[in-house]
Design a protein around this ligand. Structure first.
Ligand code: RFL
Ligand code: PHB
Length: 394
């Protein structure tokens, strides 16, 4: 026997997309319940994004979750590209007329949103099992799940599928109603988090004959580093020393010398993929964030796209309830997808430029070297990179 509940918007998934949507809806006076399959500790334990675009920063402020980010986040006005043994700065701020990005970890964004939701007493069901979506092609959608052994059914006006790439929402859409586009890259990123000061005060993206490397950070005392690895590699195979040696070899001599190493706090491998599912709406179900699209992390776009989606969705749902207008709802998929495809293109291009591809050979490497040389010496080319990196407007 099911226990019944009712809300305006049922949100599946308490990652950054689901939590931010819930916070924006609450600001607009729209009710939501979040249904999440894991516990909050699991969600906070995943070390992922580090770079927030201005649009994301503004949305977190609008949601009332921006205070700690403002105090502790690190505004960055440039990035460095490393190749041929030297670093070249891309002046994001100067090339984009004053835009910057914020370095603030996804873990912290998620923690701030969770605390905001808990403080406001808004309902989140953690550790929901057997989550399933119903009736979204008609007027009476619902989300069913079990919790603590009991079965529940949550009736709602709309369902927001914010449950990531492996979630149930996209899989609930009838086959044939969805078109997918995918590219899987023949390598992954091995990432290490360490309690060490960052090697440089800006991010370093390195193209090296041994493979790509990235130096990022979480704070003045905590660093996040990545090296390109093969798709079938395992994090357990890498000792900390082996990781630091490999990273050092892929940096310029000054950065290699300055690198401060220490024990890893976290070490994991992420596969690289480009993926888009179209459209992002079916009747009363909306897909948002990684549930609808994946980008390789090189362009730092995944979390920012998720934030953009839910920013548009919150506005559309607010218009539905407040103004009795469905224009936003009807335009949701098309508006999101335009931005998504631009970010897909940028992420694919930057990934292709910076990584070692097994199949390209010497000619491909020469093409990368020529393009990098052009990129850092042409203002037009640098501006195109900067404009995309800081993020296109919503
Ligand atoms: P998430 O974060 O995957 O959250 C989905 C949530 O849904 C839950 N869930 C379910 N709940 C109920 N029922 C089910 N059946 C469910 N199935 C799943 C999950 O438990 C989870 O809590 O998706 P969301 O919210 O769309 O957020 C997307 C971002 O997490 C992702 O795009 C970024 O992390 C990507 N990304 C980056 N994005 C950036 O904007 N800037 C970056 O610098 C950046 N760096 C990265 C990244 C991703 C990385 N990895 C590991 C893929 C660096 C890396 C290494
Ligand atoms: C990170 O800090 O984890 C990070 C930064 C930039 C990227 C990807 C990941 O492009």
């Amino acid at each position: 026997m099911n226990s019944f509940g009712k809300t305006q918007v049922a949100i599946v998934g308490a990652g950054p997309a689901g939590l931010l949507l819930g916070a924006l809806l609450a600001k607009a006076g729209v009710e939501s319940v979040i249904v999440e399959q894991h516990d909050s500790g699991y969600v906070l334990g995943r070390i992922r994004a580090g770079v927030l675009e201005q649009v994301t920063v503004d949305l977190l402020d609008a949601a009332g979750a921006g205070a700690r980010m403002r105090a502790e986040g690190l505004p960055h006005q440039g990035i460095e590209l490393c190749f041929g043994g030297a670093r070249h700065r891309i002046d994001l701020h100067g090339l984009t007329g004053g835009t910057q990005v914020m370095v603030y970890g996804q873990t912290e964004v998620t923690r701030d949103l969770m605390q905001l939701r808990a403080a406001a007493g808004l309902p989140t069901v953690y550790e929901a099992r057997q989550v399933s979506l119903h009736g979204f092609d008609g007027a009476r959608p619902s989300v069913r799940y079990t919790h603590g052994g009991a079965a529940y059914e949550l009736h709602c006006d709309f369902i927001a599928g914010c449950d990531g790439y492996h979630g149930v929402s996209r899989q609930s859409v009838p086959a044939g109603a969805l078109k997918t586009f995918e590219r899987v890259y023949p390598f992954g990123w091995l990432g290490v988090l360490s309690e060490t000061p960052p090697v440089s005060h800006e991010l370093i993206y390195s193209n090296h004959e041994r493979g790509f490397a990235l130096c990022s950070m979480r704070s003045a005392s905590r660093s996040r580093y990545y090296v390109q690895c093969s798709s079938d590699d395992k994090a357990e195979r890498w000792s900390d020393d082996a990781f630091w040696d490999e990273l050092r070899r892929r940096l310029d001599p000054a950065a290699a010398e300055a690198l401060v190493t220490g024990p890893s706090i976290e070490k994991s491998i992420a596969p690289l993929r480009s993926f888009v599912a179209e459209p992002m709406r079916f009747g009363r179900l909306f897909l948002a964030g990684d549930a609808a699209h994946i980008v390789p992390p090189t362009g730092a776009k995944g979390l920012n796209l998720a934030a953009g989606d839910v920013g548009l969705l919150a506005r559309a749902l607010e218009e539905h309830y407040r103004d009795k207008s469905d224009a936003g709802i009807d335009g949701y998929s098309e508006r999101c997808l335009r931005r998504v495809w631009r970010a897909e293109r940028f992420s694919w291009w930057f990934t292709s430029l910076m990584h070692k591809f097994p199949e390209t050979g010497a000619f491909g490497q020469k093409m990368q070297a020529a393009e990098l040389d052009y990129l850092v010496h042409s203002q037009a080319a640098s501006t195109a990179l900067a404009e995309n990196y800081v993020g296109l407007p919503l």
